[in-house]
Write a protein that binds this ligand. Sequence first.
Ligand code: NAP
Length: 308
Amino acid sequence: MRNVDYDLVIIGGGPAGLTAGLYAARARLNVILLEKSVTGGQIIITDWIENYPGFPEGISGIDLTGRMSEQAKRFGLEIETEEVLSLDCSNKVKKIELGDRTISAHTIIIATGASPRTLGVPGEDDFYGKGVSSCATCDGPFFSGAVVAAVGGGDTAVQESIFLTKFAKKVFLIHRRNELRASKILQERAFANDKIEIVWDSVLTGINGGKTGVTNITIKNVKTGDTSDLAVDGCFMWVGIQPDSGFLGDDIKVDEYGFIIVNERMETSVPGVFAAGDGRRTPLRQIATAIGDAAIAAVSAEHYIGNL
Ligand code: NAP
């Protein structure tokens, strides 16, 4: 057990990583959590969370992250801002490559989550940050009194479109089908919101504008094939998520979309490496499921270390 820096390295500081850290710290493991930017993951770009139990009025993403982080630190979790560049899991002692050094650990929990997907339509990259965004909490206030488009039909698109109506005078929700994927309660709110107009059966084919930013988008009706331009000041992209798993290498098995495959103990294909949260293959991506995963992963890591 000597010459190894840590019992456990947790990669990612969203709800899954912070929960794994809480459990590991309380298990008195020699643990560190590495987060490449700020803790919180996707929930810090979520304005208001209503389906995390224990907060009857709801809680902001930033507030919830702060509480999770404070709770884990109270039990001694060390959190460092570091980007993991790659992993070497070919030996029992795993190597974690950081920019300026390599650290070693008996176990790793990957909790790097996922990021918003992009569509790759013309103008999307050019106008990113100049009218194109995936974060209503960050950019919504810039669209006070404006007309914006939101693309997608899932929980994120619908919830964040509703949030955008606090600022924008009109939100066109562009969805490729004639039925939303989002949960029913969010659908009811969107349908009841007279600032939201849903453009059904339509896909975004281009984002257009000039020096001042976005001026209009081009959409195509998938049933009729007709294309049309819609004058908007901004375009929010909420067409799903992709896992942040590029650093994993070939040892850890992922599915065709890059989500990590785990068993019920959150064990990946590599002994001693576990995964939790949105970055794993799972039928449901919620804060509640991420923290459940993380508790299991931390206890599995503890058992693995105990058996060494
Ligand atoms: P999602 O559930 O995968 O929904 C993505 C949406 O984008 C779908 O409506 C999909 O259309 C559409 N889409 C995908 N590719 C497209 C394309 N190429 N062109 C046009 N539209 C496209 O993603 P999400 O809404 O980001 O949510 C991710 C996860 O987080 C989900 O598990 C969700 O439940 C969870 N989440 C939960 C909450 C909450 O509980 N309040 C809030 C946010 C997110 P189709 O419907 O036709 O497939």
